[in-house]
Design a protein around this ligand. Structure first.
Ligand code: SF4
Length: 155
Protein backbone atom coordinates (compact mmCIF):
# COMPACT_ATOMS: atom_id res chain seq x y z
CA UNK A 1 0.00 0.00 0.00
CA UNK A 2 1.21 3.53 -0.77
CA UNK A 3 1.94 6.00 2.04
CA UNK A 4 -0.86 8.25 0.81
CA UNK A 5 -3.27 5.31 1.02
CA UNK A 6 -2.14 4.52 4.57
CA UNK A 7 -3.13 8.02 5.59
CA UNK A 8 -6.43 8.12 3.69
CA UNK A 9 -7.72 4.63 4.60
CA UNK A 10 -8.82 5.86 8.04
CA UNK A 11 -11.47 8.05 6.51
CA UNK A 12 -13.45 4.98 5.50
CA UNK A 13 -14.21 3.63 9.02
CA UNK A 14 -14.65 7.21 10.19
CA UNK A 15 -17.48 7.68 7.68
CA UNK A 16 -19.12 4.22 7.60
CA UNK A 17 -18.95 3.61 11.37
CA UNK A 18 -18.63 7.12 12.82
CA UNK A 19 -21.27 8.37 10.37
CA UNK A 20 -23.86 6.10 11.99
CA UNK A 21 -23.53 8.16 15.16
CA UNK A 22 -22.52 11.51 13.67
CA UNK A 23 -24.34 11.83 10.30
CA UNK A 24 -22.66 15.13 9.40
CA UNK A 25 -19.51 13.07 8.75
CA UNK A 26 -21.28 12.28 5.46
CA UNK A 27 -20.21 15.74 4.28
CA UNK A 28 -16.67 14.37 4.13
CA UNK A 29 -17.91 12.28 1.20
CA UNK A 30 -19.21 15.41 -0.50
CA UNK A 31 -15.91 17.21 0.16
CA UNK A 32 -13.99 14.28 -1.34
CA UNK A 33 -16.25 14.25 -4.42
CA UNK A 34 -15.64 17.97 -5.02
CA UNK A 35 -11.89 17.47 -4.50
CA UNK A 36 -11.50 14.52 -6.87
CA UNK A 37 -13.69 16.08 -9.57
CA UNK A 38 -11.31 19.06 -9.64
CA UNK A 39 -8.27 16.76 -9.45
CA UNK A 40 -9.53 14.56 -12.30
CA UNK A 41 -9.38 17.54 -14.71
CA UNK A 42 -5.61 17.46 -14.32
CA UNK A 43 -4.76 13.92 -13.28
CA UNK A 44 -7.58 11.61 -14.46
CA UNK A 45 -8.02 8.80 -11.94
CA UNK A 46 -5.07 9.73 -9.73
CA UNK A 47 -7.48 9.84 -6.79
CA UNK A 48 -8.50 6.22 -7.32
CA UNK A 49 -5.03 4.73 -7.23
CA UNK A 50 -3.48 6.99 -4.59
CA UNK A 51 -5.97 8.68 -2.31
CA UNK A 52 -9.42 7.09 -2.26
CA UNK A 53 -10.07 5.62 1.23
CA UNK A 54 -12.10 2.75 -0.21
CA UNK A 55 -9.50 2.05 -2.88
CA UNK A 56 -6.91 1.91 -0.09
CA UNK A 57 -9.13 -0.46 1.89
CA UNK A 58 -9.55 -2.73 -1.13
CA UNK A 59 -5.79 -2.71 -1.83
CA UNK A 60 -4.68 -3.10 1.79
CA UNK A 61 -7.25 -5.49 3.24
CA UNK A 62 -9.61 -7.04 0.69
CA UNK A 63 -6.74 -8.00 -1.64
CA UNK A 64 -5.54 -10.38 1.10
CA UNK A 65 -8.79 -12.36 1.14
CA UNK A 66 -9.84 -11.92 -2.48
CA UNK A 67 -10.45 -14.98 -4.66
CA UNK A 68 -9.01 -12.83 -7.50
CA UNK A 69 -11.40 -14.35 -10.02
CA UNK A 70 -11.80 -12.45 -13.29
CA UNK A 71 -14.50 -9.80 -13.46
CA UNK A 72 -17.52 -10.36 -15.73
CA UNK A 73 -17.01 -8.82 -19.18
CA UNK A 74 -20.09 -6.68 -18.79
CA UNK A 75 -18.25 -4.64 -16.11
CA UNK A 76 -15.96 -3.21 -18.77
CA UNK A 77 -18.75 -2.16 -21.13
CA UNK A 78 -19.26 1.60 -21.23
CA UNK A 79 -23.04 1.33 -21.43
CA UNK A 80 -23.10 -0.81 -18.27
CA UNK A 81 -20.81 1.52 -16.35
CA UNK A 82 -22.93 4.55 -17.31
CA UNK A 83 -26.09 2.68 -16.42
CA UNK A 84 -24.69 2.13 -12.93
CA UNK A 85 -23.72 5.80 -12.83
CA UNK A 86 -27.22 6.99 -13.77
CA UNK A 87 -28.91 4.61 -11.30
CA UNK A 88 -26.55 5.66 -8.51
CA UNK A 89 -26.93 9.40 -9.09
CA UNK A 90 -30.72 9.11 -9.52
CA UNK A 91 -30.99 7.22 -6.22
CA UNK A 92 -28.75 9.78 -4.52
CA UNK A 93 -30.80 12.75 -5.80
CA UNK A 94 -34.07 11.00 -4.93
CA UNK A 95 -32.91 10.43 -1.37
CA UNK A 96 -31.60 13.99 -0.95
CA UNK A 97 -34.91 15.41 -2.21
CA UNK A 98 -36.69 13.40 0.46
CA UNK A 99 -34.69 14.95 3.30
CA UNK A 100 -36.74 18.15 3.07
CA UNK A 101 -33.49 20.12 3.15
CA UNK A 102 -32.53 18.91 6.63
CA UNK A 103 -28.73 19.20 6.69
CA UNK A 104 -28.21 16.33 9.13
CA UNK A 105 -30.46 14.06 7.05
CA UNK A 106 -28.49 15.00 3.92
CA UNK A 107 -25.27 14.03 5.72
CA UNK A 108 -26.92 10.72 6.63
CA UNK A 109 -27.76 10.11 2.95
CA UNK A 110 -24.06 10.34 2.05
CA UNK A 111 -23.15 8.05 4.95
CA UNK A 112 -25.72 5.48 3.77
CA UNK A 113 -24.50 5.64 0.18
CA UNK A 114 -20.95 5.13 1.42
CA UNK A 115 -22.02 2.11 3.49
CA UNK A 116 -23.97 0.56 0.59
CA UNK A 117 -21.13 0.99 -1.90
CA UNK A 118 -18.57 -0.26 0.62
CA UNK A 119 -20.62 -3.44 1.19
CA UNK A 120 -20.87 -3.89 -2.58
CA UNK A 121 -17.12 -3.36 -2.95
CA UNK A 122 -16.44 -6.03 -0.31
CA UNK A 123 -18.79 -8.56 -1.93
CA UNK A 124 -17.28 -7.96 -5.37
CA UNK A 125 -13.71 -7.66 -4.08
CA UNK A 126 -13.80 -10.97 -2.22
CA UNK A 127 -15.66 -12.96 -4.87
CA UNK A 128 -13.51 -11.71 -7.76
CA UNK A 129 -10.54 -9.32 -8.23
CA UNK A 130 -10.14 -7.07 -5.22
CA UNK A 131 -10.68 -3.84 -7.19
CA UNK A 132 -13.71 -5.13 -9.10
CA UNK A 133 -15.94 -2.42 -7.65
CA UNK A 134 -13.58 0.22 -9.02
CA UNK A 135 -14.35 -0.89 -12.60
CA UNK A 136 -18.01 0.05 -12.20
CA UNK A 137 -17.81 2.64 -9.40
CA UNK A 138 -19.80 5.68 -10.58
CA UNK A 139 -17.18 8.04 -9.15
CA UNK A 140 -14.40 6.23 -11.00
CA UNK A 141 -16.40 6.38 -14.24
CA UNK A 142 -16.89 10.11 -13.75
CA UNK A 143 -13.21 10.80 -13.09
CA UNK A 144 -12.19 8.78 -16.13
CA UNK A 145 -14.57 10.75 -18.35
CA UNK A 146 -13.42 14.14 -17.03
CA UNK A 147 -9.77 13.13 -17.42
CA UNK A 148 -10.35 12.03 -21.03
CA UNK A 149 -12.25 15.19 -21.95
CA UNK A 150 -9.41 17.30 -20.61
CA UNK A 151 -6.66 15.29 -22.32
CA UNK A 152 -8.54 15.57 -25.66
CA UNK A 153 -8.70 19.36 -25.19
CA UNK A 154 -4.96 19.50 -24.63
CA UNK A 155 -4.14 17.43 -27.77
S1 SF4 B 1 -13.26 3.71 -8.40
FE1 SF4 B 1 -14.52 4.54 -6.73
S2 SF4 B 1 -14.08 3.25 -4.96
FE2 SF4 B 1 -12.53 2.80 -6.49
S3 SF4 B 1 -10.84 4.08 -5.96
FE3 SF4 B 1 -12.03 5.25 -7.43
S4 SF4 B 1 -13.51 6.47 -6.29
FE4 SF4 B 1 -12.63 4.94 -4.91
Amino acid sequence: MKKSQLIMIWLLPLIVIGGLFIPVLGYLVLAMIVFFIILSFFKGRYWCWNLCPRGAFLDGIISKISTKKPIPRIFTKQWFRWLIFVLFISFLIYRILHTGGNLIAIGAVFVTMCIITTILSIILGTSMKHRSWCIICPMGTLQEKIGKINSKKNN
